[in-house]
Design a protein around this ligand. Structure first.
Ligand SMILES: C[S@@+](CC[C@H](N)C(=O)[O-])C[C@H]1O[C@@H](n2cnc3c(N)ncnc32)[C@H](O)[C@@H]1O
Length: 207
């Protein structure tokens, strides 16, 4: 058992400066609390969703809000070989570096675009557990789509609480109505089973 527990607090965050403070303090024990103690399922679910759409291999994938690297490790396990990651917490990025799953890691606040990345640089992006209260705003999806090539994919894993909040679902609907994306699938399932929290995986195609 870790002595620094944060899962209960994570859904009560209101602003991204509070989120940053929390992840800086959580980095050391995040993997233990989230994965070892509570069986976090979204890295596996999101990697599986991408593998269904894109043959794994050397196509570059951006893991947006990579955290300690659990989501990148999920992609790597499914055969993706070229993975970049970004996050605004230096402490989380330091942990991600240790996984050796990433080609490039860089600092970025997704609520303050642009990312230091060219247009159309990636064949896909994953956003696993980052759209949430006081975390990454739904509008950041515009910037994520900018760095994914047309015909590429964005996979999003979110918790049920933020799904119910509605802003991400509304953003996806608006982008689809504007002809910028196609919603390929939307699946309800496990998020953090140890806490009883379920979640959703969205698969989007950039038009
Ligand atoms: C729940 S963790 C998910 C990390 C990883 N993707 C995973 O699945 O384990 C959320 C991550 O999003 C990052 N994050 C939250 N708000 C952010 C923002 N505005 N810009 C960049 N990263 C952010 C946090 O630092 C944290 O690493």
């Amino acid at each position: 058992m870790s002595d620094k527990r944060f899962l209960d607090k994570a859904y009560g965050i209101k602003r991204d400066d509070q989120a940053l403070e929390m992840y800086e303090a959580w980095a050391e024990t995040y993997d233990i609390e989230v994965m070892d103690e509570n069986d976090y399922q979204q890295p596996e679910r999101c990697a599986m969703a991408l593998e269904k759409l894109l043959a794994p291999g050397i196509v570059p994938v951006l893991d947006v809000g990579c955290g300690t690297g659990l989501s990148g490790l999920g992609l790597q396990t499914h055969g993706f070989e070229v993975i970049d990651g970004c996050d605004f917490s230096a402490a989380m990025l330091e942990r991600a570096e240790k996984t050796k799953a990433y080609r490039r890691l860089f600092s970025a606040n997704l609520n303050q675009p642009p990312l230091d990345v060219d247009d159309d640089a990636y064949g896909a992006a994953t956003a696993v557990g980052i759209f949430s209260f006081g975390h990454v705003d739904a509008d950041a999806l515009d910037e994520i789509l900018r760095v994914v090539r047309a015909g590429g994919f964005v996979i999003i894993g979110i918790n049920q609480h933020f799904y119910d909040e509605g802003s991400l679902v509304a953003k996806i609907t608006a982008l689809e109505s504007a002809g910028k994306i196609k919603l390929l699938s939307k699946e309800h399932g496990a998020h953090v089973p140890g806490t009883g929290t379920t979640g959703w995986v969205f698969a989007l195609e950039r038009i």
